[in-house]
Design a protein around this ligand. Structure first.
Ligand code: NAD
Length: 496
């Protein structure tokens, strides 16, 4: 019998009473790993009301005490890193090393949450007017909600609930229905770390469950990560219901290659950043912009890309895994087909086979050159192991091209010139910039900062901005009067 995945309500696993279940498939084999429940209205209501009740005592828990739970939690995540990575690899398809990286980048956020107290400190100014002082506190919000995508089943939930909970809130997590098992493991370990029951609830399901959650009057703040149309929908609906929303969406990231760059390092970085994790990273490089004579390297890039092959998660030979689903494969191969009429296809990964895994969602490395910005393959987020090459004459032309793109998640430049790097860093309209670093995902003491259509909202993930997102600020202005003689006299008389 297929395993039925539980919800996580009240600090423990709870069997859902739903009649609607979603099959979770191993993308390398199509084996059914489990069935995930589409939580019922009552189950969602019960999760939110227990989170709301837990909030009133959790917000009174001193921040250092909350941090201690996070210290224990990061320790348990490290001890269980391999086990989490194995669950993650099976349901998501990414290679074991990549899955361990997914968990590790989440652990780094938990480490930050374990050091929350200084970030919660308020501000003081004495004598804002004579004998009047002002100061501010940060205070917890209430029940917060996280809705996460399939591509980082550990890291992205861990961007959200540890920061929100360390700030004194309680949390409902709705992970992707395509790989929901990792979230249950994260929740179990959180309880094991000593988190009081009801701080974290895991609700499974799809659009219907999200719709109920984002409209619920007791949800104070929503963090979303996923595709552009859904991100826009969550932002619009959440704010319409007067909630605080941060919505991280899709991307089309460019790497600018200058002719003075280190050729081998540039090519190595381009290959890893474009096809690693089967290109299913919001920070993947999907467009290489060759400036001037650097276009001569495209032939060498092709040779290197041809060497990297997809395969199962537990083989050291696998450069990357399958794409998440048969539907995703169909969409990507459709775009590759379209691209053949729009540009030159140097490598076509559409008909990729992996020995022993005839049913996997395999797509091999794919490379296009001579790509035009009007083409479908340029305008669409392909989210597969596909790299597009564009040629321009100057750095100014490259910057103009990147800035004209509607997305602004990540970008990078490879160059030996400090002057070119400085110009690029200063003028580029993208949130995360790499200089000779292909995937510049910031560590959690900074913020993850998409721009333009890659982000809707005003405060970004993790770091100081996340603390501002998950807290309210209360400002007090204070004045104390001296007791005057008359009232002192009255007081004395009264006392007699
Ligand atoms: P998705 O938008 O399909 O799903 C994300 C979440 O939204 C899931 O939990 C899903 O159940 C829910 N959802 C899906 N359709 C919905 C609907 N119509 N109404 C309400 N909820 C809905 O995204 P995905 O395919 O899981 O993830 C890939 C996307 O996420 C890519 O576009 C990628 O660029 C993006 N992403 C962005 C970042 C970032 O930080 N900007 C990070 C990772 C992934």
């Amino acid at each position: 019998m297929t395993e039925k995945l539980n919800l996580f309500i009240g600090g423990s696993s709870v069997k859902s009473t739903t009649k609607n279940w979603i099959e979770v498939l191993n993308p390398a084999t199509q084996e059914v790993l489990c069935e995930a429940p589409c939580a019922t209205d009552e189950e969602i209501e019960s999760a939110i009301s227990s989170a709301k009740e837990a909030f009133f005592s959790w917000r009174e828990t001193p921040p250092p005490e909350r941090s201690r739970v996070m210290m224990k939690y990061q320790d348990l995540l490290k001890i269980n890193q391999d086990e989490i990575a194995e669950i993650l690899s099976k349901e998501n398809g990414k290679t074991f090393e990549d899955a361990k990286g997914d968990v590790w980048r989440g652990i780094e956020v938990v480490e930050q949450a374990a050091n929350i107290t200084p970030l919660l400190m308020g501000e003081t100014v004495e004598n804002v007017a004579r004998e009047i002082d002002s100061y501010s506190y940060t205070q917890s919000l209430g029940v917060c909600l996280g809705i996460t995508p399939f591509n980082f089943p550990a890291m992205i939930p861990l961007w959200m609930f540890p920061m929100a909970i360390a700030c004194g809130n309680t949390f409902i997590l709705k992970p992707s229905e395509q790989d929901p098992m990792t979230s249950n493991k994260l929740a179990e370990l959180f309880t094991e770390a000593g988190a009081p029951p009801n701080l974290l609830q895991v609700i499974h399901g799809g659009k219907d469950q999200v719709d109920q959650l984002i409209r619920h009057p007791d949800i104070r703040a929503i963090s979303f990560v996923g595709s552009v149309p859904v991100g826009q929908y969550i932002y619009k609906t959440g704010t319409e219901h007067l909630k605080r929303v941060q919505s991280f969406a899709g991307a089309k990231n460019h790497m600018v290659v200058m002719p003075d760059a280190n050729k081998n390092k540039t090519i190595d970085s381009l290959v890893g950043a474009s096809v690693g994790a089967a290109g299913q990273r919001c920070m993947a490089i999907s467009v290489a912009v060759f400036v001037g004579s650097s276009k001569e390297w495209i032939e060498d890039l092709k040779k290197e890309m041809e060497i990297v092959k997809p395969g199962p998660w537990d083989s050291k030979e696998s450069g990357f895994g399958p794409v998440i689903s048969a539907q995703a494969k169909e969409k990507i191969t459709g775009l590759i087909e379209k691209g053949k009429s729009e540009a030159t296809c140097l490598i076509d990964g559409s008909n990729c086979e992996v020995e022993g895994f005839p049913d996997g969602n395999w797509i091999g490395t794919t490379l296009f050159s001579g790509v035009k910005t009007e083409s479908e393959i340029y305008k669409t987020e392909i989210f597969g192991p596909v790299l597009l090459c564009i040629e321009v004459d100057t750095l100014e032309g490259a910057i103009e091209l990147v800035n004209a793109n509607p997305y602004g998640n990540g970008t990078s430049i490879f160059t030996a010139s400090g002057r070119s790097a400085r110009k690029f860093r200063h003028e580029i309209e993208v949130g995360q910039v790499g200089i000779n670093v292909p995937i510049p995902v910031p560590l959690p003491f900074f913020s993850f900062t998409g721009w333009k259509q890659s982000f809707y909202g005003d405060l970004h993930a993790y770091g100081k901005q996340a603390v501002r997102f998950y807290t309210e600020t209360k400002t007090v202005t204070e004045r104390w009067f001296e007791e005057d003689e008359e009232s002192t006299k009255n007081l004395t008389i009264n006392l007699e």
